[in-house]
Design a protein around this ligand. Structure first.
Ligand code: HMH
Length: 221
């Protein structure tokens, strides 16, 4: 379908994978209130490690946007993402202390290391801005969709987890993800076939890594 924007088309085509990332048993257990708090603490410690690796990834994306983008406002959107991430790092430290999770002694699990290594591969100057911004959108969108669902009608999210869900599930973050999706679509529309297929493959990898990331909360190592 020519009329349909690329991202929407891919999400339809890979709906099963997308749903496994955005409706994972871990986040569904938050939503229905049955969540195991030790699983939540495991997620918290691991995500802090991920977020630290996410900082240089966004920095590399900013550099790509500056060099390659045809629209100045992309830089401002990404800069906003960096500002939000700065706040997020502080939030993780506060939240960890609230839950008595020691961040300094948290050991990154295999799925986390692999995801961070994948992020690092996307930081290479060889990787096109269009591919990297598609990955960035997907990484943010999975959290937005997952945590917004924990706050939607009929959810029984425990009070003490609502702030976490709000971080990624709030409307402002939803808007921001939408803007990122628009950037990715705009770039994809102008891209040659090889970049488009790389972006699609990258999107699928992100979704797979996100599923593996949620799986770590089970604590089976
Ligand atoms: C694993 N994916 C993971 N952690 C995050 N904090 C986000 C996405 C969104 O920022």
């Amino acid at each position: 379908n020519k009329e349909m924007l690329m991202i929407q088309k891919w999400l339809n085509q890979h709906n099963e994978l997308y749903t496994s990332a955005t409706r994972h048993p871990f986040t569904l257990s938050i939503r229905d209130g049955s969540v195991d708090l030790s699983a939540f603490k495991r997620w918290l410690g691991q995500d802090y490690i991920f977020v630290r690796a996410f900082v240089p990834f966004i920095a590399s994306l900013l550099l790509k946007a500056w060099k390659e983008s045809d629209d100045d406002s992309d830089i401002e959107v990404i800069l906003g993402g960096i500002a939000a991430l700065n706040d997020e790092v502080s939030w993780f430290k506060r939240e960890a202390s609230k839950w008595s999770v020691s961040l300094s002694s948290t050991v990154p699990q295999k799925a986390n290391l692999e995801y961070c290594r994948f992020l690092e591969s996307l930081m290479s100057p060889e990787v096109d801005y269009t591919v990297a911004v598609t990955a960035f959108w997907a990484i943010e969108a999975v959290y937005q969709e997952s945590y917004a669902h924990c706050l939607s009608d009929g959810s029984k999210t425990p009070e003490e987890l609502k702030e976490t869900c709000q971080r990624w599930g709030n409307d402002g973050f939803g808007q921001y993800c939408h803007t990122l999706q628009n950037i990715a679509n705009r770039r994809l529309e102008k891209s040659p076939e090889d970049i488009i297929s790389k972006a699609e493959a990258t999107l699928m990898r992100v979704l797979e890594y996100e599923v593996e990331f949620w799986n770590m909360s089970r604590g089976e190592t």
